[in-house]
Design a protein around this ligand. Structure first.
Ligand code: ZN
Ligand code: ZN
Length: 585
């Protein structure tokens, strides 16, 4: 009897284990198939992440392709529904949510947002053709043959676009005209260069050139058609409350609704102003002696920011200054035990490659999901050849203080560090459908975290406290993402007009006119995207404070919190929070 019981017990346990294993195994297979099927529906997206099987395919954006997309969403949703999310392991739970969100979002785009009717800038083949020439993922002859096949559909592509467009917004129409006109040269100069490097027979090259001419014509004809198209009742570029709220939910997968995030950002802005005023008062005698401080708070702060901005490197020292800081940041993080940094995966700092030239600053260039062993580069721009006034204005913007914050954000412990952790729990789903609010939110959070722990390049690796100057400039920087959020939500859901937007950015966020204008242009052709920085940042910060409070006076292990948080990969913060709270630290 006892033996039998034991036997049953063992049997049940083993069966349970086997079953638990197979559900995640089964789900992993489903994920692989899901991605394979997805690339058939979105071949351009596949190419852009380094999956080159469908490079020769250009989808004509007609009714049939939209039906195909919806069928894909319905099929995959059905397959997904066979799983109970509660049965999956943590990593797969998050993947489940990401897939579910993607499928619903895609269907919503087709059925409800219908940007294909009102946003002509969604039609542009030039960038994807340029990628085929610019990236040498395959021999040039192979790429050119795919290029040739793909061009076959360019005229049909723009014909379908013309049929789709109805009462487009003026802003997206303008953008489409500029971008298509600017991009058409890919079928001329860029292609010519690739043909010179190629060993294809002359006859084949001639065919390519002939088809390229037709493609360039189709691109330019589309721009001209847009220009001449009568559009007596253009749609407002503002999304409006309902559509915005829905897009916000899909895009950010955040814990808050737009109006809640707006209230949070407004309050944060006020707090930042108060802190900035306090520092301005403290620093005033040091920089202005007996000069009277202006009575208006924002004027006084602006004067202090302007004065501190003069502390910047010379144009020629811009790259070396960035390079020098990377090891300093690592050293500081080690001493303060803020997060483990894997020494076997060093960041490769390089001068900006030619094709990126002209975009100064710094950016992370990470290998895609299909090229995992590729290097991660930190591209640092040079100001060589810039007009002196342009360089001066840029250097004032990326002054001594902001340059350090930029390095924290882009490299260590910001984007680069997050990426290293994300790669340790590899999930093709997370690398393709990863959550931008988490990714940007982490980088923004890491800026504050470093300063909280005393980081200040001027004080060396043992710095206990950042200088008031550093804090003031940090607050100015943080105002940018805070005001981006206020701007985006206010413009799209509360009808904020351009003068009020310029006031917000120039007076309250201390931006130069060119920067503020750029932001206005951006908010009139994008939606929600500008919120991802502050949304992710505030959720990560809140999570940390909540877990800290739960420790009730016991030491809170900041390093452990960071490592655990990043171990979930590029997942929406609300799911990470759920799991961290359930698992408890
Ligand atoms: Zn200067
Ligand atoms: Zn970023």
């Amino acid at each position: 009897m006892r033996k039998l019981n034991l036997f049953i017990f063992i049997f049940l346990t083993t069966a349970g284990m086997v079953q638990a294993q197979t559900i995640d195994d089964k789900f992993n297979k489903f994920k692989e198939q899901f991605i394979e099927n997805m690339w058939k529906v979105y071949p351009g997206w596949a190419s852009s992440v380094g999956y080159h099987k469908y490079d020769s395919v250009l989808v004509v954006p007609d009714e049939a392709s939209r039906k195909k997309e919806l069928a894909f969403c319905a099929d995959e949703s059905k397959k997904l529904a066979e799983y109970n999310v509660a049965d999956l392991n943590d990593a797969n739970k998050i993947d489940y949510h990401l897939i579910e969100n993607q499928l619903k979002y895609a269907a919503w785009n087709v059925n409800k947002l219908k940007a294909y009717e009102w946003d002509p800038s969604g039609y542009n083949v030039c960038g994807s053709f340029a990628d085929m020439l610019g990236n040498d993922y395959a021999p040039v002859n192979t790429r050119l043959r795919d290029f040739y096949k793909r061009m076959g559909k360019v005229p049909a592509y723009y014909e379908a676009a013309k049929k789709n467009i109805k009462n487009p917004t003026k802003e997206h129409t303008r953008l489409a005209i500029d971008q298509n006109r600017g991009g058409a040269s890919v079928f001329e100069g860029d292609l010519k260069e690739a043909l010179i490097k190629s060993t294809l027979p002359a006859a084949e090259k001639a065919q390519i050139v002939a088809r390229a001419r037709k493609s360039a014509d189709a691109v330019r004809a589309f721009a001209t058609w847009l220009e001449k198209m009568p559009n007596p009742a253009p749609r407002d570029f503002r999304l409006g409350k309902e559509l915005y709220e829905e897009k916000f939910a899909f895009e950010l997968q955040a814990a808050n609704k737009p109006e809640e995030l707006l209230a949070k950002a407004m309050q944060h802005k006020t707090e930042l102003h108060m802190k900035m005023l306090e520092i301005t008062r403290q620093l005033w005698p040091k920089y202005f002696g007996n000069t009277q401080m202006p009575p208006m708070m924002l004027d006084a702060i602006r004067m202090m920011i302007d004065t501190l901005s003069a502390n910047h490197v010379a144009a020629a020292d811009f790259q070396p200054a960035i390079e020098k800081q990377i090891p300093e940041l690592i050293e500081f993080i080690k001493r303060k035990k803020l997060i483990y940094i894997d020494p076997s995966k060093p960041l490769v700092v390089r001068r900006e490659p030619d094709y990126m030239a002209g975009v100064a600053g710094a950016s992370i260039n990470a290998p895609g999901p299909y090229d995992k062993n590729g290097n991660t580069y930190y591209n640092v721009g040079s100001l060589a050849g810039w007009a002196p006034e342009k360089a001066e204005s840029y250097l004032r913007e990326y002054n001594h203080y902001i340059l350090q914050i930029l390095n924290i954000h882009e490299a260590i412990p910001g984007h680069y560090t997050q990426l290293v952790y994300a790669n340790q729990s590899p999930s093709i789903i997370k690398s393709i459908l990863g959550n931008n609010a988490m990714i940007e939110g982490w980088a923004v959070y890491s800026e504050l975290m470093m300063l909280e722990n005393g980081y200040d390049g001027d004080n060396g690796p043992d710095s206990r406290q950042a200088s008031p100057e550093m804090w003031l400039m940090y607050y100015k920087w943080n105002l940018r993402s805070t005001c981006n959020t206020i701007l985006d939500i206010s413009v799209h859901t509360n009808n904020m007009a351009q003068p009020a937007a310029m006031d917000l950015l120039m007076k309250e966020a201390f931006q130069e006119k060119t920067e503020a204008m750029g932001k206005w242009n951006r908010v009139s052709v994008t939606q929600v995207q500008l919120c991802c920085y502050f949304s992710g940042f505030s959720e990560i910060y809140d999570l940390r404070e909540e877990l800290k409070a739960a420790r009730q006076g016991q030491d809170f292990d900041l390093k452990r919190f960071h490592e655990r948080f990043l171990s979930y990969g590029s997942a929406p913060v609300k799911y990470i929070a759920e799991m961290m709270k359930n698992g408890q630290q």
